[in-house]
Design a protein around this ligand. Structure first.
Ligand SMILES: [Fe+2]
Length: 295
């Protein structure tokens, strides 16, 4: 396996390894897992991807998330991200499906609003537009490391509230349905996630974050906006240009990402699998102290 750096200080393309190798072989998995902990974003090119192969590969990293209500693929382990409607045609730009794609274009981290946060997401390209539709990543680990020591210390003791309805509300009021709101109550996590393997810390914020425990709302929103802006400053991102056969996996504990727009009439179909974070991945230390004590 060859590791080739792709982004500014994070991100790597892994060559000479397939998703099937990783699913079937312990040594291949261990090597890829080490690269995942180190580089945060992994790119695999030229893969033969089926749903089964993607699932077998993803399961190596931990338990799979069940896709939430209101998403395509709900109840299973895959999320279908598409602009192709049930009739096989590309949906109009003002449809709910298209607006949801727009919400993916905000800087975010997957599943921060869930009761179990996500360790990783794997995204495979199935149908890609001729241009546009890239996925852009930043390292919130490097963003944290750019802060001064006093700020780092302060942020480590903040707890942030995340809500799916908040990020969707930024695109269109009511984009999160009553069913989704009921199934997805807000979740609260420490603002800084320490990786238990290498001890490196990362900001855990993004588009679902709407409040900070014990902080006045205007100040909290200002701080979240400033941290997001600094984390996504020009020159800090890796832009993945999708090719057929690409699979990208990222560490949700240490990155933010966003989808980039593409011509509205062009079809795009991507399939995501999401791996839940476990205590071995550092979840316990992310819970507010009152909840740590209760467990
Ligand atoms: Fe995402």
């Amino acid at each position: 396996m060859e590791i080739v750096a792709v982004g500014p200080g994070f991100g790597a393309e892994l060559r000479g390894v397939t998703l099937s190798d990783i699913a079937a072989d312990d040594a291949a998995y261990q090597a890829v897992r080490a690269a995942f902990e180190e580089h945060s974003v992994l790119v695999f090119r030229g893969q033969q991807v089926t749903d089964d192969i993607q699932l077998a590969f993803s399961r190596r990293f931990g338990p799979l998330e069940i896709t939430k209500v209101g998403a395509l693929g709900a109840g299973g382990n895959l999320v279908i991200l598409t602009t192709i409607g049930p009739d096989g045609k590309v949906v109009p730009p003002d449809s709910r499906l298209a607006l949801r794609n727009k919400a993916n274009q905000l800087w975010h981290t997957d599943s921060t609003f869930k009761q179990i946060p996500a360790l990783a997401s794997a995204l495979s390209a199935r149908i890609i537009p001729a241009r546009g539709g890239e996925t852009e990543f930043v390292s919130t680990r490097l963003a944290f490391e750019r802060l001064d020591a006093a700020t780092q210390k302060r942020l480590e003791n903040y707890f942030v509230w995340h809500d799916y309805a908040h990020s969707r509300g930024q695109i269109a009021p009511g984009l999160a349905s009553p069913e989704e709101r009921a199934a997805l109550p807000p979740a609260c996590w420490r603002m800084v996630w320490k990786n238990p393997v290498n001890g490196r810390r990362a900001l855990y914020i993004a588009s679902h974050a709407y409040a900070i425990e014990g902080m006045e709302q205007a100040a909290a929103q200002k701080l979240l906006a400033e941290l997001t802006e600094a984390a996504t400053a020009p020159g800090t991102s890796y832009m993945h240009q999708w090719q057929s056969g690409d699979v990208v996996m990222w560490d949700n504990r240490a990155t933010m990402h966003r989808g980039r727009p593409w011509p509205a009439h062009e079809a795009r179909l991507m399939v995501r699998s999401t791996i839940e974070a476990t205590d071995a991945d550092g979840v316990a230390s992310m819970r507010p102290p009152s909840r740590q004590a209760a467990e």
